[in-house]
Structure formats: structure tokens, C-alpha cells
Ligand binder design. Sequence first.
Ligand code: NAD
Ligand code: UGA
Length: 464
Amino acid sequence: MKIKNICCIGAGYVGGPTMAVIAQKCPEIKVTVVDINEKRIAAWNDDDVNNIPIYEPGLSEIVGEARGRNLFFSTNVDEAIDQADMIFISVNTPTKTYGIGKGMAADLKFIELCARQIARVSKNDKIVVEKSTLPVRTAEALKNILDNTGNGVNYQILSNPEFLAEGTAVQDLLNPDRVLIGGDIASEKGKEAVQALVDVYATWIPQKNILTTNVWSSELSKLTANAFLAQRVSSINAMSQLCEVTGADVDEVARAVGKDSRIGPKFLQSSVGFGGSCFQKDILNLVYISKSFGLNEVADYWEQVIIMNNHQKRRFAGKIVKTLYNTVAGKRIAILGWAFKKDTNDTRESAAIYVTDYLLNEQADIVVYDPKVRKEQIYADLEYLGTHSLEEIKERVTIVSSALDASKDAHAVAVLTEWDEFKKLDWETVYKGMLKPAFLFDGRRILESKTKVGIGFEFYAIGS
Ligand code: NAD
Ligand code: UGA
């Protein structure tokens, strides 16, 4: 079976870039990305491709090439479902904020709404693809809803988790380590559906990198991959604290350890703590699933990754307070970087939010600069935590449009995102503009200690 028409529900960080690349690589397939968020769809359709709602290097060029040819963005969800032979569900699956599993389980209400809408609208057979990250066995629930509320048409459910990382989404999509497709490979219809999706990816991805499994392995592999990645960050961050008290240097340790081919060099960059919309959410989900099967030791093991990460964020903020003579009340502290990593405008779960909140508890005056994050987003992120009123936040937090402006008259500068421009900053000028002693805290280890101390900074980098 050859796929001619794809619909993707959810035009977010995954749906948008993933579908743009499929459309670019498969010009014969019509790809329609739909969303209930009208503003987001309008931004995807903006005449100027530089105004698309997600900043990812290389993405606007791809959207510019395919949009209007075979890539479309729309709010007409019913129509896109009706016309499609393959429907990707790429909606958000945040941590539940209410009821059973609050603060841990994945909230599947958006997924279920999609399933009910697909069931209501569909008049011919469909392949439904789980693109969102989901608890293992969600496909079973989806199938139940589709089969029992639908119009008697046949559904095949595939799991096709996405492994792209933000900031490198386009490269990850063009050249993925692997594509994973889970399906009902025990049945003929299931095999056909899997093959249909394999054929789409095989347009540009070597067959050997396209793995097919049963649905449950695929669903669980996604949670496992994120848990392993986050665990590496927490492991090196745990070591960073030990380095600080023993005179070891965390980069040297990471290099020495990473040279072991069994361990490998990637994902050993010590930091102020991992952020992003998924690591924490997916591990909490894993912890919840394990607990619900009575596997308490498994749950405790993974929960420790989150505990360590929270500790790292708190400890960094605590270090600032302690170094500034145990008080930051009324002191001006410049935060350089708000995004959860460089090359993205995404701020979800960014360490900067938590560090700033902690410093606000200590009544610091904060000045933030990030090259890609909008002012309203920064205020919204802080307000969302619920610790401080918006009024108080606006009074204490100023957002400026350059790193130099942020550091002017500051008691301390803290680098929280590893944007390249912070490496190249004119640090002499920063130093001159600051109050003395001028404190510099590097939460990303992107600044060289020797030169910064040479300029005159009181310099602290996490992990040494
Ligand atoms: P997102 O919040 O950026 O986008 C989700 C979109 O779905 C939103 O625009 C929302 O309006 C829309 N939506 C929700 N319910 C809808 C409905 N019923 N009909 C139409 N639209 C609806 O989320 P995201 O970052 O793209 O993540 C989506 C999924 O992919 C999550 O499960 C996430 O865990 C997973 N994932 C994310 C990343 C990442 O880097 N962000 C990477 C891999 C996997
Ligand atoms: C992560 C995974 O890398 C993707 O494979 C996955 O698809 C995605 O989650 C998801 O499911 O959402 P992402 O969160 O976009 O991608 O970005 P990462 O590069 O993984 O970084 C996550 C966080 O860890 C960032 O805050 C980053 O700064 C931090 N990090 C990463 C470190 O502190 N040290 C490292 O060595 C690596």
C-alpha cells in the first residue's frame, strides 16, 4: 500500500519539523499538519517563513520549499483526517496536574480526544501512528476507542516515537540514528501498515536504520532512551559536585571516562541541570508506570535521576547566594540564556526558570537576556511556578536585548544556556561595566577559567 495523503494532528516542536521533512523528501505525498491552536497555524502560514513559530536551524528553508506544494498547515482537523490514509498523532502529553497520578503520570486527554475525533470523522480505513511519547500499552486504549466508537472502518495502530532533539531537529530528522516503527507484526494487515510507513521513511533513510518491533517494545523504547540519556546527565552532574570538593575537573573526568568505547563521549557535559519538555516528564511517567505494576525498586531507581537534577539546579542558585556573601537581596544578577539549551526558543523546564525563582525568593533583582526567547514567555514561565505573583515578577525581573545591557551594573552574571554568542562575548567590557568584585558563574562550562580570572572576575564553573 502506498501512502498518498498524510495528516498530522499537532503542529508543535515535533509535528511541524517532522512533517516538513517528510513533505520535503516525499513530494508525491500530500502532508497536512493540523492544530486547534489558530495562532500557531497562522504563524506556520506566515508569508515570511522566518516567522514560523518554532526556531530550528534549517527549518524555515525546508518549510519555504515544501509549503503550498505538498505541505499544508490548517485548523480544519476534520477535513484533514477525512482525506488522509495515514494519521500521525503528535499532540502534547504533559505530566498530569490533577487527579490520580498528579505530578507523575502522562496526561492522555489530548490523545484520547484525537482518537475520538478520528473515530467520528473517518469513513475509510486508516493507519493511525502514535508520534507522541506515550506510556507503554497506550495503543491498546487507542484501538479500543477507535474500534468501539468508529464507523466500522478498520484501523491499524503503529507506534513511531520521535527521537529528534531540539536545536538539531532538522539534522536529526534528515539523518537519524534510527527510525523505530512498532506494529501488529503478527497479522498481515499489521505488517502491511508497518511496511507502508517504512516505505515513507525509506525515501531518504537507509533500510538498515529503520527498525521494526512489536508495538509495546516501540512505546517502551522511547521512554527508555530518554531515561538513559537523562541518567547520563545526572550521573555526570553528581560527579560535578564531587569534583568541586576534591579538586578534580569534571571535563577531564568526562573525557577520561568517555574514551572508554563502552561508555562513549556523548551526553557527558556537566550543566546546571537538564531541562526541556521531555526528560523529566518521561522519567516521571516511567516511575509511575513502574509503581503501578508494583515495581517499587525500578521506580525508585529512575526517580533518583530527577532528584539529582533538581538538586543540581538548587545547588547552583545556592552557590550564587553563598558566594555573594550570603545575600543577594536587592543585588542585580544577570541571567544569560533562558532557553533550555542553545539553538532553540523552547524554554519548557529550563533550568533558568528554577534558578531565577530561587533567586527571587532571596529578593534578588534579575536581568535576563536570551537571543531567541520572547519577554512574555519569560514572565509566563516564572508565573507558571506559582511562587511569585506576576506583579512581583515584573517588578523584580527585567528583560533586555543584549548580554552587555544585562551585565551593566550587575553584581553577578550567571550563564545558564550555552549560546555560542556568550563564548564570543567581549568579556573585558562586561567586566568593566559590572560592580566589583565582579562574580561570574558558568552553569554550562563554556567559558575558560584562566582568561576570565585574568580579566579580574571572581569565577565559578560548575564541576571544578
Ligand atoms: P507541543 O506542545 O509543541 O505541540 C503539541 C500541539 O498539539 C499543540 O500545538 C497543541 O495545540 C496541539 N493539540 C493538542 N491537542 C490537539 C487536538 N485535539 N487537536 C489538534 N491539535 C491538538 O508538543 P511537542 O513538543 O511537539 O511534543 C509532542 C509529543 O512529542 C509529546 O508527546 C512529546 O513527548 C513528544 N516528543 C517531543 C520532542 C521534542 O523535542 N519536543 C521530541 C520527541 C518526542
Ligand atoms: C531529548 C532527547 O535528546 C531526544 O532524543 C528526544 O527525542 C527528546 O528529548 C524528547 O523526547 O523530547 P531535547 O530535550 O530536545 O532532546 O534536547 P537534549 O539535547 O537531549 O538536551 C536535554 C537537556 O539536557 C538540555 O537542557 C541540555 O542542555 C541538557 N544536557 C544534554 C546536558 O546538560 N548535558 C549533556 O551532556 C547533554
